[in-house]
Write a protein that binds this ligand. Structure first.
Ligand code: B4P
Length: 190
């Protein structure tokens, strides 16, 4: 099984690179952001709770996300492996993911850390906001998302360095240039 965690600040290209990885390697895709937006659209209990957090640029509480992820993982029954996009975002989520995968006889193969300058992140998200209709792609929310990223999510890089799974990827440049770097990193662990 090839299990890839794609990691980075909001707007770093996680969703964008995930789509290319899925095509190239035939992995199943789990994006916690997409699942949450689906729940919000369907106005489920989880969706209503998530909406409050997402619109403030905050993380949805770990317990909710971990339960949600376990359900999605069981419904997929992945054949080749999974790309985890936007999960984990905190150390408790990373530990929960390890446990979930170990219980299913597998583990994280590699964590790709997309590194993009702050100014570029803001530019990309504001640009996306013009067409996405996403309630969190506005300047005020983007700034809180970046704060949350620095305080709660960025420390996860060290966790994966400790696990021997961390690979830094320069996330500036064209989508194709970045994907070449991503493929090189994945092919090294395959
Ligand atoms: P996500 O849906 O994961 O969204 P994201 O981090 O904003 O976006 P992503 O990184 O995938 O976007 P991309 O760069 O591809 O999360 C949304 C919210 O959900 C979170 O804030 C949080 O509240 C909640 N949430 C999700 N997961 C959670 C978890 N595990 N725990 C708790 N809460 C959770 O794309 C950005 C834009 O850049 C696009 O328009 C793209 O076209 C463009 N772009 C990409 N690469 C480019 C390049 N090389 N050059 C120019 N533009 C590029």
């Amino acid at each position: 099984m090839l299990n890839v965690v794609i990691f980075g600040a909001p707007g770093s290209g996680k969703g964008t690179q995930s789509e290319l990885i899925i095509k190239e390697y035939g992995l199943d895709h789990i994006s916690t952001g997409d699942v949450l937006r689906g729940e919000m659209k369907a106005e489920t209990e989880l969706g209503k709770i998530a909406k409050d957090y997402i619109e403030k640029g905050q993380l949805v509480p770990d317990e909710l996300i971990v339960d949600m992820l376990a359900n999605v993982l069981d419904s997929k029954k992945p054949a080749k492996g999974v790309i985890f996009d936007g999960f984990p975002r905190t150390i408790p989520q990373a530990k929960a993911l390890k446990k979930m995968l170990n219980e299913r006889g597998t583990d994280v193969s590699v964590m790709l850390n997309l590194q993009v300058e702050e100014e570029e992140l803001i530019k990309r998200l504001l640009e996306r906001g013009k067409v996405s209709g996403r309630s969190d792609d506005n300047l005020e929310t983007i700034k809180s998302r970046l704060d949350v990223y620095h305080t709660q999510t960025a420390p996860l890089a060290d966790y994966y360095v400790g696990e021997g799974k961390h690979v830094a990827i320069k996330g500036m440049g064209t989508i194709e240039e970045i994907f070449d770097r991503v493929k090189e990193a994945i092919n090294n662990v395959k």
